[in-house]
Design a protein around this ligand. Structure first.
Ligand code: ATP
Length: 131
């Protein structure tokens, strides 16, 4: 996902370029708004965390880009490409180092396992929307 801060800042193109350059294939992609309720569902694993309210408010504050990406070793390689959750700790050349402003508003999301990638892909896309 490209989060609302990066969409607002006009960085969709820059981020997609980095994703392409890193060798990911885009299987499905859409530009949309999610409601507060949908953000709460998407991030329900974080429901008990102190930042849950802030996170779900932020994720429903403006348009996002959701995509399914494919590559060998995609989960690990994408997490490497996006960098640490806190951009202050992200390595040079990562998406978050370049485009994220804070630990909360950190430009992108990546699934943390193949299993969660499948769940999150199904959250946003139907079978008809995959190429
Ligand atoms: P993501 O799941 O979005 O790829 P992540 O796996 O790097 O991020 P998590 O620890 O799973 O990080 O947290 C999920 C999201 O919650 C973060 O990307 C960030 O937007 C938000 N978040 C995490 N920690 C904080 C915090 N301390 N304060 C505010 N928001 C936070």
């Amino acid at each position: 996902m490209i989060k609302p801060d990066a969409v607002k800042a006009g960085n969709i193109g820059n981020i997609l370029q980095m994703i392409n350059a890193a060798g990911f294939r885009i299987v499905a992609m859409k530009y949309l708004n999610i409601s507060r309720q949908q953000a709460e569902k998407f991030y329900e694993v974080h429901a008990e965390r102190p930042f849950y309210g802030e996170l779900t408010q932020f994720m429903s504050s403006g348009p996002i880009v959701a995509a399914i990406l494919e590559k060998d070793n995609a989960v690990a390689d994408f997490r490497k490409l996006i960098g640490a959750t806190n951009p202050a700790q992200a390595e040079e050349g990562t998406i978050r180092k370049k485009y994220a402003a804070s630990v909360g508003e950190n430009a992108v999301h990546g699934s943390d396992s193949d299993e969660n990638a499948a769940i999150e892909g199904n959250f946003f896309f139907s079978g008809l929307e995959r190429f």
